[in-house]
Design a protein around this ligand. Sequence first.
Ligand code: G1P
Length: 293
Amino acid sequence: MSQNTFKPVRKAVFPVAGLGTRFLPATKVMPKEMLPINDRPLIQHVFEEAREAGIEEFIFVTGRYKNMLEEHFDFQPELEQTLEERGKVDMLQKVRDSEMPAGKLFLTRQPRPLGLGHAVWCAAKLVGNEPFAIMLPDDIVNYEKGCLSQMIDSYNQYGGNVVAVKDVPREETKKYGILDIGEEKGDAVSINGLVEKPNPEDAPSTLSIIGRYILQPEIFDHLAVFEKGAGNEIQLTDAMAKLLGKQEFHGLRFKGEHFDCGSRLGFIAANLAYGLKDKEIGKGVSALLEQYK
Ligand code: G1P
């Protein structure tokens, strides 16, 4: 089957202005996106997923006290020199791998915490008139082919807009954007409606959005209205709902295990999963699990 040609997804927006209240006091001065899952911070996990998917421009929507995020991706000459002198080749490679390509990191600020939709709107000028990805660093997916790569495959088939989705227990619909499901097309599903954080009894399904999106630039027209939704915040889900029926819109049941690292339990689960698959410490983590069971 020949693939359609749609405008490529070259840019990704990383909303990183959040306060990280669920991890206080750990996140009193340290951004929550710097919390490590195994040997790298959350923000690097999502950066690597974006890079693997062919993203060329990385747009951080930051806020106060978030400078450490841009520092993390910078060239560290003293560190590299020391590792080189000590012959720590593997470690040096890991450090080099965490460097952002020159001229590819773009920063903008979200001055007030007005919601995810507002954070994304803050990147409008940097995105311009092309499709783009949004990646929430709270969500990480463990699979050999990254979640965004899988979504780009789906985008190349259908075009339009794609969100990553998974089924959650009905009592958890209040934490997510929830789909009103249309036609099932293999791993993809077309969307009839979208609701942000519905009560379990009102949720149209249990298929929820996790923090990966490919959206068309028309989303900014709807975000620019600054309409408040659930939690009195400007919601991305509400703006996406306005695109339904006007553009292609699919949910992709991605492959891989998803971790909600914005919760302490999800964070610990992710550390166990990534620790277990680590070449150096995997066996040790497995022994620890035995010990503490
Ligand atoms: C945001 C979105 C929600 C989505 C979730 C995924 O909510 O508003 O639709 O399901 O991310 O993690 P938040 O987690 O910021 O409350």
